[in-house]
Write a protein that binds this ligand. Structure first.
Ligand code: XMP
Length: 319
C-alpha cells in the first residue's frame, strides 16, 4: 500500500525527531494498536525502546504468554513481561463501579510503569497505541449534546508527576488503517486480525463485584466461545466477540441435581471503527452448540444468553 508506506516513513522520521537520543518505554498489550506502535517505534529508534507487557490478571486465556512468544519469535525488541496480577486483582476485588474499575486499573498501570521505568534507569517518553477514536473520546449523538460515555484509561489520567512525554504514532489513524500499517510492518496476519480488546480487560466484562473466581469462570467461557467462532470460520467477519459473566445466578438442572450458577452473556458485533456497531446475527445452531459447550465445560455457569443490542443505543462492552 503506497500511502501507508509513505505514512510509515513519515512517522519513523517524526518519532526520531521527537525522541532524539531519549529512551522510550512502551506499554505493549499484544493488541494490534500497541503492537503496531511498538514496531513502528522500534523501526525508528531500535534499542532506545523497551516494551513492557503488564499482565494485570485481566487478560484472556494464555494471552500474555502468546504475546511474548510472538514478539520473541518474530522481532528482536526488548520486551519485559511483568506479572502484576495479584496487585491489580487485590485492589479490584469487590469493585462494581465501571468508572472506578477503569480509574483503579489506569492508576495501577501508571504505578507499575513508573517502577519499571526506574528499573531500566529511567525513560523520557511513554509510547502508547492511542487511535483517533480514543482521542475523540466523547461521542455526540445526533442533535444531542456531546457526552463522555467511558473514560478510556489509555487516554486520560496520565499524571504530570510521571514526567514523561507521550509518543503516540497512531493518533491520526482508525483501526482499519492501523491494520494496513501492521501488515506493512510485517506483523503476522493472525495478529493483525485480532479483535480489539479493551485496556481494562476482563474487569469490564464482569459486571457487579470483581472476584478471582468470577474472572476464572469468565476466562474459560470466553476461550470456548472464541474457539467456536474460529472453528465456524466467523472470526474475521466479526469485529469483536466476547463473553460477559453476569452477576446473576439462576436455577438449572444437571443430571438429577439442581444447580444455582451464573449466567453468561455472549456478545458479537460487526463494525468499521467501533463507533457504531451491529449485533452479529448468528444462526441458532451455532448459539445452541456454543451454549452447550460452555455449560458442560465451565463449572459455575448454567445458562447462556445472547446480546442482540446494536450500538447505539448499546455500547459494545457492557460497562
Ligand atoms: P464501547 O463499549 O464504548 O467500545 O462501545 C468501543 C470500543 O472501545 C473498547 N473499549 C475500551 N478500550 N479502554 C480501552 O482501551 C477502555 O476503557 C475501553 N472501553 C471500551 C471496546 O472494547 C470497543 O472495541
Amino acid at each position: 500500500d503506497w500511502s501507508m508506506a509513505a505514512y510509515r516513513a513519515e512517522m519513523v522520521q517524526k518519532i526520531r525527531d521527537q525522541v532524539g537520543s531519549g529512551r522510550v518505554i512502551c506499554a505493549l498489550s499484544g493488541g494490534v494498536d500497541s503492537s503496531v506502535a511498538a514496531l513502528l517505534i522500534h523501526e525508528a529508534i531500535g534499542d532506545q525502546l523497551t516494551c513492557i507487557l503488564v499482565d494485570h490478571g485481566l487478560m484472556r486465556m494464555n494471552e500474555a504468554a502468546d504475546v511474548v512468544q510472538m514478539f520473541r519469535d518474530h522481532y528482536n525488541l526488548n520486551l519485559k513481561l511483568v506479572d502484576a496480577s495479584d496487585r491489580f486483582i487485590s485492589q479490584l476485588e469487590g469493585e462494581a463501579d465501571p468508572e472506578t474499575k477503569r480509574k483503579t486499573i489506569g492508576r495501577l498501570f501508571i504505578e507499575v510503569f513508573e517502577e519499571e521505568a526506574k528499573k531500566i534507569g529511567g525513560a523520557d517518553f511513554l509510547a502508547q497505541g492511542t487511535l483517533y477514536p480514543d482521542v475523540i473520546e466523547s461521542v455526540s449523538f445526533s442533535g444531542g449534546p456531546s457526552v463522555t460515555i467511558k473514560s478510556h484509561h489509555n487516554v486520560g489520567g496520565l499524571p504530570e508527576r510521571m514526567n514523561m512525554q507521550l509518543v503516540e504514532p497512531l493518533r491520526e489513524l482508525f483501526k482499519d488503517e492501523v491494520r494496513v500499517l501492521g501488515k506493512e510492518l510485517g506483523l503476522p496476519d493472525s495478529f493483525i486480525g485480532r479483535h480489539p480488546f479493551p485496556g481494562p480487560g476482563l474487569a469490564i466484562r464482569c459486571p457487579g463485584g470483581i472476584t478471582r473466581e468470577k474472572l476464572d469462570i469468565l476466562r474459560q467461557a470466553d476461550a470456548i466461545y472464541l474457539d467456536e467462532i474460529r472453528k465456524a470460520g466467523l472470526y474475521d467477519i466479526i469485529w469483536q466477540a466476547f463473553a460477559v459473566l453476569l452477576p446473576v445466578q439462576t436455577v438449572g438442572v444437571m443430571g438429577d441435581g439442581r444447580t444455582y450458577e451464573f449466567v453468561c452473556a455472549l456478545r458479537a458485533v460487526t463494525s468499521v471503527d467501533g463507533m457504531t456497531a451491529d449485533f452479529y446475527p448468528y444462526d441458532m445452531d451455532f448459539l445452541g452448540k456454543t451454549a452447550t459447550r460452555i455449560i458442560n465445560e465451565v463449572k459455575g455457569i448454567n445458562r447462556v444468553v445472547y446480546d442482540v443490542t446494536s450500538k447505539p443505543p448499546g455500547t459494545i462492552e457492557w460497562e
